[in-house]
Design a protein around this ligand. Structure first.
Ligand SMILES: N[C@@H](CCC(=O)N[C@@H](CS)C(=O)NCC(=O)O)C(=O)O
Length: 375
């Protein structure tokens, strides 16, 4: 991949009894009860009164049940919305690199805080590079993370964009891509207003854990309504495959690039090379990062494999995923999923895949799937 161009494009099942489950269970008891009382041959009036009594008990019981389950739902939003985060002045960090495109007309002044080989960061770079946007990079030390001390979020990628109100922070790769993509449709728009359409929302998941996510992160905002060239189906498909890249494809990367101790070591040697660790860190620290990192990630990858229900044939999983992707692209009968030009789904899959470009797993994927023709 050249710096500014891509070469070729070089889950909730809530298990609950529900009215049906309840009535079936209660109906069984009622049948047994009615047949017992029928043998004692009660009068029609008594039977009617008993029936009414049972109805009352069942009705009250069911109302109580729904009151309890509905007023204490397991997964729910909590009433917390985080405001956009601004820094008054640029943090005291050392810029690692500048990507300059003299043709850039976005008017944006962007700094990307990243790990060079993080799949989410690669996704953001794929978007920026494809659109020819100039940006500065701060390579964050994955161990100490000093360069993002200023940030409320401790994850990368994170981005600062210079605005009239200070330096606006955008977090989450998909939100960043959606905000910028919406902005590029009309660069006269207010990027702060656009970012406000992607609020950070807290919620309690099914297990009762508090989590946060960004609303609308796969949605584009169209100031003057959805453009005619974009049907509801096109937009839905694009969101679906962007979500697939984040929620499926990305989970296949670590188990593959750290599959064996040898592969984990080779992967870290490659990180060191592309991240220029020998230049940025003393030799002992660089070696510590490579050998400790490889050993730790080899162990972590085993846990990730379990967490994501992957069999020992992790290559098989990634081959299947890539073949599935190639199949949907081929159905389009055009070079890209987006048609003649890559869309955000193409860029997301490309970005995630490019995060393992220097690894044996990547070579194997090119040799054993048809993804090379698209990548
Ligand atoms: N949903 C986020 C995920 C970002 C993420 O998990 N980044 C990882 C690096 S690949 C991270 O920063 N983890 C915390 C850490 O390294 O301490 C996104 O799409 O940006």
């Amino acid at each position: 991949m050249t710096s500014n161009k891509l070469p070729m494009l070089g889950r909730c099942l809530v298990r609950w009894g529900g009215p049906e489950g309840l009535s079936r269970q209660f109906a069984g008891n009622f049948v047994r009860f009615s047949s017992n009382t029928a043998r004692k041959s009660s009068s029609p009036l008594k039977l009617t009164l008993k029936g009414m009594g049972i109805g009352l008990v069942l009705g009250t019981g069911y109302a109580g049940y729904t009151f309890v389950t509905e007023s204490n739902p397991k997964a729910h939003l909590v009433n917390e919305k985080e405001e956009l985060f601004f820094l008054e002045s640029f943090p005291n960090v050392k810029l690692t690199r500048r990507i300059v495109n003299p043709e850039d007309k976005s008017g944006l002044k962007i700094t990307l805080f990243q790990y060079q080989t993080c799949p989410f960061c690669c996704k953001v770079r794929a978007f920026l590079d494809y659109h020819g946007i100039s940006y500065d990079i701060v390579e964050v030390d994955a161990v100490l993370r000093q360069d993002i001390k200023w940030s409320p979020s401790k994850k990368v990628p994170t981005m600062l964009i210079k605005t009239d109100k200070g330096f606006l922070q955008l977090t989450d790769s998909s939100m960043i891509v959606s905000v910028l993509s919406s902005f590029l449709r009309d660069t006269k728009q207010d990027i702060v207003e656009l970012a406000s359409f992607y609020p950070n929302i807290s919620f309690i998941d099914e297990s009762g854990k508090k989590k946060a996510d960004i609303m609308n992160k796969y949605f584009l905002m169209f100031k003057d309504g959805t453009p005619r060239s974009m049907t509801k189906e096109i937009l839905e498909e694009e969101r679906k495959w962007r979500t697939w890249a984040d929620n499926h494809l990305v989970h296949l990367i670590s188990p593959n690039v750290y599959r064996t101790r040898q592969e984990a070591l080779e992967t870290f040697e490659w990180f060191s090379e592309v991240g220029e660790w020998s230049e940025h860190f003393p030799q002992w620290e660089r070696n510590l990062m490579v050998y400790m990192g490889a050993a730790a990630m080899w162990l972590i990858a085993k846990r990730l494999k379990k967490r994501h229900d992957l069999s020992d044939d992790v290559r098989g999983h990634i081959y299947d995923a890539l073949d599935k992707w190639v199949e949907v692209v081929e159905k389009k009968k055009s070079p890209f999923f987006g048609g003649k030009k890559p869309n955000l789904a193409d860029l997301a899959v490309f970005g995630v895949l490019s995060s393992m470009e220097g690894c044996q797993a990547f070579v194997d994927c090119l040799e054993n799937t048809r993804v090379a023709g698209w990548f």
